[in-house]
Unconditional design. Sequence first.
Length: 159
Amino acid sequence: LRGAEGRPSRVIKSLLLDPPTEEEHNWKLARKHDIIASHEVRYETFWIEDAKMAVVSFGTAARIAKGAVKRVREQGLKVGLFRPVTLWPFPAKELRELSKRISYFLVFELNAGQMVEDVKLALEGRGEVSFYGRPGGVVVTPMEMSRVITSRYYQKRLS
């Protein structure tokens, strides 16, 4: 590769705006994001009212987690489920609100841990976050997940 050798250099831009116009455009996008976030954030909670630990999970993993949480609650463990329905915008404010009374969050994903960073950012250090996930291939059963939940629950001495 020789770059621009022997020819005029080329500039690639995503927008052909002068700096003040581009700044205004970015403020417009920020306002648009705020409006979307205030109207489109969706999530569900299950058994969260008295929970000492919350499992945070989405999609197929959340369905597995729901069965596992139900199983451990039947055994007397105070565990709830927080299920983001929208991942963008992420329900950060709602999750942060839970951290006022729940100090331990177990993020369960069927991937290598993409949402766990969103959870940590949302909580702003107000709760301990750990991750359990399995990327593609083997699908975790509710029984396996309930063993993970039970193990973490007792490790953290939440009973």
